[in-house]
Write a protein that binds this ligand. Structure first.
Ligand code: C5P
Length: 240
């Protein structure tokens, strides 16, 4: 089945353009969007992003900008010039930086702008060392509220936080969730995982999925399976 608007963002976590394109050639813009992160962007550069955009893919440029407001604003404008669909900054850059980023994207058709709250690799110990006397959950809630207040479109968060953030910020606030696995048995290096159906039920708008798709023998079949699981689950919910 084809989704009306693809909710899966395939993470192109490859070291070189050639290996990314080898997968992309088998994918379909009607079935998924694509995420280009720091590794691939540093190696393959804006040329690859332009190529993906020209092939009609919605590209999430995951460079997590965090710098002085002027520099971040200019980086956001440069990303918008590439024609990406979504980009992100660190909420820890603070309100002035978030505001500058949003203002740089104040034109019609500009990319969606979301923020990373707290990286899932940082736990309570890390916060203590940084002198932040809040629990990770409290910090995530506070940074998400600051992000919404600055007028950004949403946040990247773990699916475990999605329900809480969706209640806090409402349904229009976009939640992008990584850490997705097709069955709870396969985790790779992710500490906490959720299936696509669980993540959507928690309020996630877009699922970032890397290895379960990029390392599959038949990535297209995996994407179709996920969409059909999501749609079956929505049907069951409606019938209850
Ligand atoms: O292969 P896997 O599905 O684990 O890939 C998840 C993707 O989401 C990777 O690109 C990873 O960098 C990204 N990500 C994450 N956790 C976060 C933020 C981003 O796994 N908190």
């Amino acid at each position: 089945m084809m989704p009306s608007s693809p909710r899966i963002i395939v993470a192109l976590d490859f070291p070189k353009a050639a290996s990314a394109l080898h997968l992309v050639d088998r994918l379909d813009p009607a079935l998924c969007r694509l995420k280009v992160g720091k590794e691939l962007f540093t190696s393959a550069g804006p040329e690859l992003v332009r190529r993906l955009v020209a092939a009609n893919f919605d590209v999430f440029l995951d460079l997590k900008f965090h710098d002085i407001p002027n520099t971040v604003a200019r980086a956001c404008a440069a990303a918008a010039d590439l024609g990406v669909w979504m980009l992100n900054v660190h909420a820890l850059g603070g309100p002035a930086m978030l505001d500058a980023a949003r203002q740089a994207l104040n034109t019609k058709g500009a990319p969606l702008l979301i923020a990373v709250t707290l990286l899932t690799s940082s736990g309570p110990r890390e916060l203590e060392v940084l002198g932040i006397h809040e629990t990770p959950i409290e910090l995530v809630q506070r940074l998400a509220a600051m992000t919404a207040q600055a007028g950004l479109d949403g946040v990247v968060c773990s699916a475990q936080e999605a329900e809480m953030l969706s209640q806090q910020q409402g349904d229009d606030f976009i939640l992008v969730t990584p850490g997705i696995r097709l069955s709870a048995n396969t985790q790779d290096d992710q500490l906490r995982v959720m299936t696509p159906v669980q993540a959507i039920a928690q309020g996630s708008h877009y699922l970032v999925i890397g290895r379960p798709v990029t390392q599959a023998n038949d990535p297209i079949a995996i994407l179709h399976t996920i969409y059909s699981d999501i749609s079956d689950s929505a049907r069951v919910q409606r019938d209850l």
